[in-house]
Ligand binder design. Structure first.
Ligand SMILES: CCCCCCCCCCCCC/C=C/C(=O)SCCNC(=O)CCNC(=O)[C@H](O)C(C)(C)COP(=O)(O)OP(=O)(O)OC[C@H]1O[C@@H](n2cnc3c(N)ncnc32)[C@H](O)[C@@H]1OP(=O)(O)O
Length: 663
């Protein structure tokens, strides 16, 4: 097994002999060298194998060049040898995506010469004996011509365009294409020189730092801890064999599919007959499409549908996914507590309601946790596992393990309004609305955020998810009400600046894509092509005039700083409150759940990159200009970190611990 270079060494001095001359020496050897690949050969591991004259892989082996995912390119000759061995199109695919391939796929590509089910080293030794006296000239990949299709220029242009579109500002995928283009167009030595130049730029880039940080952050979140001291390594999960999902709306359907695809028996409950039939049809379709893509049989028989909550009596774990309404959820939890085995874990897919209030409805509140999935739940990788004050380590460990089994990156978080993800989203959305009030357009705000690397700006995202979702929540909170004296919406609620813009759009029936109108206009309801809407621009002008707001020129920097720094400030508050154990938890939630560009590492890593003193200084500046916006007031932990000399992100936990102990 060779997982490539030690990623931890990239930031400093790399140990061991230099890889490139070593690979050249192997390739130049006069005796045949056969690589025996077992387990995995990734990155430098595969580059080493490409320097060998033959490659034998175990049938269970996997190979790949994942450097692009770390902000790098295969810099030990991989970008030059792979296209010479398997051709430009296949090499471009593997190098720009970084995907791992099975031994069978590698054989098909010609990446390995033979696969075996037996002891790979023994087979490789026998193979070497067989080819010992054969000439090696035709086995040195660096001497091969690069196999190019006739329209190779068109291919590179197409791939470059695709990569630029999907990379969202990431530089490594582009450098990967450039390196393969060098293999296709230059002699080997010049290609190696180009690979070295491109690698040198990537190697010291901030994006590589961010992606390498994120590699370890993804793994760090599995080592969860709770303020009580309970931890991942001392809390054993209980096995779950049978699960239930209550409520088969969009979320419930996705959760059912995720569970069934992972092999769990699922009882899927929807009380209304018509909705149940619709859900059954939709879930079967999702399972069939997924199975077709993966070349397996659809897991249709894993699901039992029912209208009666009694049918969940024997399950080990229930995930409630009914409408986001506290009274309704409380009722469901009361029923579940009466119906289920005393040992059944009761989980809620709420996106932000108080888990403790639900736990209080049950006989065993220690078995209640939140399992906050993200739509579409069978696709999105993120799961927030929310523990309330009564949740036991057993319940958290079980939910975390279930998340892992269904392929999610699970992050344990504390119980507060919106948990981590949605709590941080609030100031971000709020700033975006304030920017509109002050003179920006939705198009401009979105453009800035998309240039930063978000898949969608805040307004396009809001149109996609539906403006009515937040409106209902604000109504329930008593926020989205017109001023009773004037009938006009006021811009101050509960003592803070408030923008009623979203509420006013909803009052006009503009719910986003589904109604064909929102912050943008669409050709028809359901269409996804957002176009600027002149109506919206006049509406904003009238709104500003009505509230005596003078539009001023808002630049790129102000949009980015106000949206991102207010969100980051909330992230520091979350750390201070102990809702997230460390900055990695927040960053993983934002990359997997909110399309934060991975090459910026996540919001907290980004703050560290910008410089905590700069974030603090800009927040102070904006708070002075907007003293009625508390989310712009720099929080205590941020000040404390700056006062402690802005330590590297890996050291923040020490400062957080001190701040929390003083609370
Ligand atoms: C001025 C500058 C000039 C610059 C010019 C420089 C030129 C230099 C040329 C240098 C050429 C270098 C060539 C080599 C490059 C590379 O090899 S890059 C690395 C490529 N490899 C990878 O990306 C693999 C990463 N690992 C994985 O994908 C997975 O870990 C796995 C191997 C598939 C195993 O998965 P799984 O079984 O799920 O286990 P994990 O939990 O992920 O991992 C277990 C622990 O191992 C740690 N780990 C794994 N791989 C690495 C690694 N490569 N380096 C360091 N650590 C690794 C992982 O973090 C886990 O640790 P814990 O969390 O502590 O348990």
């Amino acid at each position: 097994m060779h997982s490539g270079a030690d990623i931890k060494e990239f930031g400093g001095q790399m140990s061991g002999p230099p890889l490139i001359p070593m690979i050249h020496a192997i390739e130049a050897a006069s005796k045949p060298v056969v690589a025996a690949i077992e387990g995995i050969a990734l990155g430098g591991g595969l580059e080493l194998a490409l320097g060998c004259h033959y490659r034998i892989a175990h049938s269970k082996a996997r190979v790949g060049l994942p450097e692009v995912t770390l902000g790098l390119l295969p810099g030990a000759g991989g970008s030059q040898r792979l296209p010479r061995l398997i051709g430009v199109p296949a090499a471009l695919d593997l190098i720009t995506t970084g995907r791992h391939v099975t031994a069978a796929e590698a054989l098909k590509f010609g990446l390995v010469d033979q696969i075996t089910d037996h002891n790979t080293v023994n087979v490789a030794v026998k193979f070497a004996q067989r080819v010992a006296d054969q000439p090696l000239d035709a086995r040195r990949i660096s001497t091969y011509p690069c196999l190019c299709p006739s329209d190779v220029a068109v291919l590179f242009e197409e791939v470059m365009q695709r990569v630029r579109r999907t990379a969202r500002g990431a530089i490594a995928p582009i450098a990967c294409v450039q390196a393969v283009r060098a293999a296709a167009t230059l002699p080997y030595n010049q290609g190696m020189e180009r690979e070295r130049e491109l690698m040198a730029t990537l190697f010291t880039s901030g994006q590589a730092r961010a992606l390498q940080y994120f590699f370890f952050a993804q793994r760090a979140v599995g080592r969860w801890s709770m303020p009580s001291g309970a931890r991942w390594d001392t809390s054993k999960p209980r096995p779950v064999h049978k699960a239930a999902v209550i409520g088969l709306g969009t979320m419930g359907r996705g959760i059912t599919v995720a569970l069934a695809q992972a092999g769990f028996s699922v009882v899927a409950v929807e009380t209304q007959e018509k909705q149940l039939m619709e859900a059954k049809q939709a879930i079967s379709g999702m399972l069939e499409r997924g199975a077709k893509r993966r070349g397996v049989a659809p897991a249709l028989d894993k699901i039992n549908y029912g209208r009666n909550i009694q049918s969940v009596a024997d399950v080990d774990l229930v995930i409630e996914a009914v409408f986001e309404d506290m009274a309704l959820k409380k009722k469901v939890f009361q029923q579940l507590s009466a119906v289920c085995k005393p040992s059944t874990f009761l989980c809620s897919n709420t996106s932000g309601l108080d888990i403790d209030q639900l736990a209080c409805q049950t006989r065993n509140p220690e078995l209640v946790v939140g399992m906050h999935f993200f739509a579409p739940a069978h696709v999105m990788k993120l799961l927030e596992v929310v523990y309330g004050p009564k949740s036991s380590p057993l319940a958290v460990a079980t939910a975390m393990q279930l998340g892992k089994k269904i392929g999610k990156v699970s992050v344990a978080v504390g119980n507060c309004r919106g948990f981590v993800g949605n709590r941080m989203l609030k100031p971000y959305l709020e700033q975006a609305l304030f920017l509109l009030e002050e003179g920006a357009t939705p198009e401009f705000v979105d453009q800035v955020l998309e240039e930063f690397g978000f898949a969608m700006g805040v307004f396009r995202m809001s149109d996609l998810s539906g403006l009515d979702v937040g409106w209902k929540v604000r109504m329930a909170d008593g926020l989205a009400m017109p001023d009773p004296t004037t009938g006009q919406p006021t811009r101050l609620r509960q003592g803070r600046r408030y923008s009623p813009l979203g509420d006013l759009l909803c009052e006009q029936g503009r719910f986003g894509q589904k109604t064909g109108r929102g912050w943008y206009q669409y050709d028809k309801p359901g269409s996804q092509v957002a176009k600027p809407d002149p109506w919206l621009h006049s509406f904003l002008d009238e709104y500003r005039a009505r509230h005596a707001l003078v539009a001023h020129r808002i630049d790129h920097q102000e949009v980015l700083e106000r949206c991102l720094y207010s969100m980051i400030n909330e992230g520091f508050r979350i750390l201070e409150d102990g809702i997230a154990a460390g900055p990695e938890d927040i960053d993983v939630i934002y990359v997997f759940g909110y399309s934060w560009p991975r090459h910026h590492g996540g919001p907290m890593f980004y703050a560290a990159t910008v410089g905590l003193n700069k974030v603090l200084e800009r927040l102070e500046h904006y708070y002075q200009a907007h003293p009625d916006v508390p989310s712009l007031q720099p929080c205590h932990l941020l000040r404390k970190l700056v006062a402690s000399g802005s330590p590297p992100i890996q050291k923040w936990r020490e400062v957080i611990k001190k701040v929390r102990s003083q609370l």
